[in-house]
Design a protein around this ligand. Sequence first.
Ligand SMILES: [Zn+2]
Length: 241
Amino acid sequence: MKNMINALIAMQKIDDEIVAKKHIKNQLPKRLKNLKDNVKITKDKVEKLKKDIDDNVVQQNLFEKEITSNKEKIAKYENQLLNIKTNKEYKALNNEISNLKNANSQIDEKIIKAMDKETDLNVEFNSAQTEAKEAQKKLNSEEDDLNKEIVQVDKDIAELKNQRKEIAIKNLPRQLIKRYGLLITNKAGKAVAFVEKNSCSGCGVNLRPQLIIEIEKGQKIISCENCGRLLVNKPKEDKEK
Ligand SMILES: [Zn+2]
């Protein structure tokens, strides 16, 4: 019986380690995903800025074309001025010319603003490119390591499961192994509970004195009447902690 109890305690200890390893394993792909996400975000930023710069240049060209077309009109109107007969017509045409000149000086200002914006965008573009390169570099250097870690954790978990299986087969009857397995699955990874201050460490329920005496005797496997976990006394080395 003592062997069985010790085996249960050892198996629970292994299952606790498996839970910890699984937690690590779950974190590793997340780390990898974060690095990949960061590469995508920084690359998207570069693309977006590239498009903004292209749009800006297109806009500048449109402004230039507008200016050219206005200048052509101005030249045409100035030619027409020479043949104008009435004062009224002369005034109207002159007005038109001065409107076009005003429009052009306004467009000139827009071009200057667009050029300033282009300069800013280029600065942003360069720093975004640096950022994207760094993110890619970081991913490349860590990807291999992380993949190796994932493989290693899987190996560790398989090894722990083997250890647990060996202990179980060597020390426990088939029925008890099955019960242990069900408890691990259904009771949040804790099949074995300890008597702690006359309570079950698994669910906290107060234990009947008679039950505590029976656990103390260690002549049979006792289950918690509330949560069903296998109740044992804490091993001595743990008790001192
Ligand atoms: Zn309990």
